[in-house]
Design a protein around this ligand. Sequence first.
Ligand code: BGC
Length: 702
Amino acid sequence: MTLEEKIGQMNQLDPSYDSEAKEALFREGRVGAILNGVEAKEVNRLQRMAVEETRLGIPLLVGRDVIHGFRTIYPIPLGQAATWDPELAEQAAALTADEAVSVGIRWAFSPMVDVARDPRWGRVAEGYGEDSYLASRMAAAVVRGYQSHNMAACVKHFAGYSASEGGRDYNTTWIPEVQLRDVYLPPFKAAVDAGAMSLMCSFNAINGLPSSANKHLNVDILRDEWQSDALLVSDWGSGMDLIPHGLCADRKEAALRCINARMEMDMQGNLYHDYLAELVAEGKVKERQIDECVKSILRMKYRLGLFENPYVPEEEPIAYSAEALALATEAVEQGTVLLKNNGILPLNNKEIQVLVSGPLADQQKEQLGTWVFDGEPEHSVTPLKALRDMGLKVSYEPGLQYSRDKRTSDFAKAVAAASKSDVILFFAGEEAILSGEARCRAELSLPGAQTELLTELKKTGKPIVLVVMAGRPLTIGKEVEMADAVLYSFHGGTMTGPGLANVFTGKAVPSGRLPMTFPKMVGQIPFYYNRLNSGRPCADDAVLMDDIPAGAPQFSIGASSYWLESTVEPLFPFGFGLSYTTFAYSGIEVTKNGEQIEVSGTITNTGMTDAYEVAQLYVHQCSGDLARPICELKGFRKIFIPAGESRTVSFTLTPEQLGYWHEAKKGYESCVWYATDKVDFKIWIAPDSRCQTVPTIISFLN
Ligand code: BGC
């Protein structure tokens, strides 16, 4: 290959921008990959230029933001995480790949595996929540799902993007090396171990160094430690961002910083296209560096079989198969979290009069959630339609037209309809555009006049079922108090309506569990379950704001770590979710088996309804070289237990799973290592991260 041909491979373009000017680039072999060509015909046209009109005939990689479905849209990734069912996510990814591949897309820019502890950050919607273990399981599953069905995964955003200061997108992150390795890197590692064919750099500066220029991340960790040969692509123009970041004076310098940090393909930045040849001629870049990058790109093309089969059939594409729609419905049922229920749910009397209200009850587009380029709203089945299709007696008065609507003019109609109804189903939340990239919030309350409308409806005395459809945890304490039952369904995708209707009527039992801590108020953020205890954990007698006497003197004895408005209680803890039945945990045993620890317990469905339970394995290291979290998830099982029956769950813990990263510094030198301390651990199985009712057992590593 000539130098120009190699550099061409490293250039990724969106052909829809300035398309005419770009045609020549395809014919000259100056493009290695595209993003955003979705029509099979168009993909083939561009592919033909690359394959038939260039000297080498190297096919293009065709990428797209296929994030939680292609035509059939599944719940947003945060909602998929709430299923605690990686196999379901894997199947959804496989069916998604079938749809996307059928129009010529062979590379999905997903999964996003950024562990996120701050719901203000709009991109929490795109990831799998706050826990590294849950995110790792989901990451590996989605990679397997796509790649077993001919579509390469692109794991993003490498790395540390989600810890942006203030929850503001693209903002700086400061992450100590041990925290990076303990918390943020494991899902990337899991995805790489699952065979992920590519990764994407992140936009943010991490500890002052953006990842497109970050040799430590891209070479030391990804290549040397993990031995990954996956392709590393920039994020959209993230190389050019080195200029506003304050790292580089101009684009040429940015190109140099990126290639020196082994950013292998430049997405829509034209940096390599414009400057790489010049940098080689000047002796600033070695051709060997370029060869390494091109090898990754060609390897991925070979792995996808593009050389044998670059074109896509132009017949009817695959979309909305019965299997996909059924799975999308199941994903809603399994990922919807029941947060409160005073017994009103399920609604098993078909004769009752139901008022459907709230701004999200019948919004085909909004229920799809963020990052939907190819899902078609006209295929969405809304809750209103699904309830009517079920034959329920339904009246509909939304009261508000969209989630940010502040007009109260329709309140009276909704209240009048409520007075004539037996139950109110109130669909609240956020429109799709309020979460996702660059959609960060400083307030996490329900937008617009939703709370006011709910307050008016409450005055009718009719029972209220609150359903929240949102891209993130919201601070809904007040609304939860007003409601008789609360379901949190995130943005559920195409089949939100049928999935929720099944849950309302008990045809499906909600089995979702929260993948993030729900704070009571924004000021608690960042608030995550696996935090350190501090030297002065919140005391049982912590005094709240209003209980401090006026003129109280300063004191320091007995002071502890909490917020005056809220102690350290979240609204709902990580892992939490109710069911239409109840479960009892018993006989939990922890035994040593050589190096390993075996944990088992019995879970009994003590109610009248068959249902899934999510048994969660937590550990706490009691002492050690560094302070360790109050608890950490190390395993989970989602199991179906018929009413009145019991099931045994068992887990094996290896010393490696109990280890953590250490760092030592001497001057500028720093060294990290992974170690296990030979100390006591508490190990328990519980229905959520706060549950204290299950006996904990002390065990040892030696
Ligand atoms: C986002 C990526 C996305 C890319 C391509 C960027 O703005 O950060 O997640 O894959 O655009 O559309």
